[in-house]
Design a protein around this ligand. Structure first.
Ligand SMILES: Cc1cc2nc3c(=O)[nH]c(=O)nc-3n(C[C@H](O)[C@H](O)[C@H](O)COP(=O)(O)OP(=O)(O)OC[C@H]3O[C@@H](n4cnc5c(N)ncnc54)[C@H](O)[C@@H]3O)c2cc1C
Length: 288
């Protein structure tokens, strides 16, 4: 444990949820399929940006107070790429949750499956990104906390630990709020926490060949090279709460909104201008 860090003997057991997402900055004409779903094959897959900040938060806890960091990604076998990155940055263990029963999961089912996986590791602290750049709902972290009955602290910027308590500074838009919370707790992290540290060269050499069984003909790799693989059954999921069966969300329609150059209105910076704007927004039920 470093100086000025109270922490506690034995350190803290951290789990971080990381998601592989299509790189929405590289959107082309093929990005969406005719049925309105994302054409994942047409977009490069990346480590969700705020999950990199979440991993940094977990690694900084380990660095300051001792303990372990376990990274979990739910998704297709390709998501092992970001689990390897997590190992190369300093995570102690990595697990892929992958199962056909999880296909079609909305945020309710995703957070249920992830909460079951997280529970397996009995963590003191769970870190998620604030939101994923593809689904963009920011619901998954708080929903995992709710299912585990953990306190949820969103928009984390800074974190200190002391015994069984965390002092968390969170962004509230107009400033910051400092909360003191009893562990276990879940934190959603933004870029304000700080950038993910670079790969450690020795760890790159060590983990570049790490694989999950699904990438290795079904067999687990030996020792450090093993990325764990968990099915819905392995983590005790109720099949009725996974995939399509557990997903009440119904996407009615997806509309591609392209704003034309003239789609804006100038409001005079006067009391009358503001009143007219408020009246107009109230009339079309945008507010009120
Ligand atoms: C009806 C419906 C069907 C869907 N079907 C599919 C499908 O078949 N395949 C598919 O890929 N998506 C599918 N999705 C999208 C999927 O539900 C969301 O991607 C997922 O629930 C996470 O929501 P989000 O992307 O808004 O993440 P957010 O809530 O914005 O994510 C917040 C944080 O939660 C964590 N997190 C979120 N998802 C994961 C994950 N998978 N693994 C690890 N950590 C995670 C990360 O830390 C992330 O930063 C479907 C969505 C709907 C509504």
């Amino acid at each position: 444990m470093k100086e000025n860090c109270k922490g506690r003997a034995g350190g803290y057991n951290c789990v971080v949820c990381i998601k592989q997402v299509p790189d929405t900055k590289k959107v082309t004409g093929e990005a969406m399929k005719a049925d309105g779903t994302i054409n994942r094959a047409a977009l490069p897959a990346i480590f969700n940006p705020e999950d990199r900040n979440a991993l940094e938060a977990a690694l900084s806890v380990k660095e300051r107070y001792g303990g372990t960091v376990t990274a979990i990604a739910m998704g297709l076998p390709a998501a092992c790429a970001i689990l390897r990155e997590a190992l190369m940055c300093g995570a102690d263990a990595a697990y892929l949750v992958t199962d056909r029963k999880a296909a079609g999961s909305d945020t309710l089912a995703t957070s249920y499956i992830l909460s079951q996986a997280v529970k397996k590791f009995n963590p003191d602290l769970v870190f998620c990104g604030r939101q994923a750049i593809d689904g963009d709902t920011a619901q998954t972290g708080p929903q995992i906390a709710e299912k585990l009955d953990f306190a949820a602290i969103t928009y984390l910027e800074k974190l200190d630990l002391d015994g069984d308590f965390a002092t968390a500074v969170r962004d509230i838009g107009t400033g910051v709020e400092t909360d003191r919370v009893k562990l276990p707790a879940l934190f959603t992290v933004t870029e304000k926490f700080g950038e993910l540290r670079p790969f450690d060269v020795r760890r790159v050499m060590k983990y570049k060949k790490a694989k999950a069984p699904v990438e290795n003909g079904g067999a687990a790799m030996e020792g450090d090279l093993a990325i764990g693989q968990l099915s819905c059954d392995d983590i005790g999921c109720d099949p009725e709460r996974c995939g399509f069966a557990g997903s009440p969300t119904n996407v009615n329609k997806i509309v591609s909104v392209v704003l034309a150059g003239g789609d804006y209105k100038e409001i005079a910076p006067t009391d009358e201008g503001v009143k007219a704007l408020v009246d107009e927004l109230a009339a079309d039920h945008t507010i009120g």
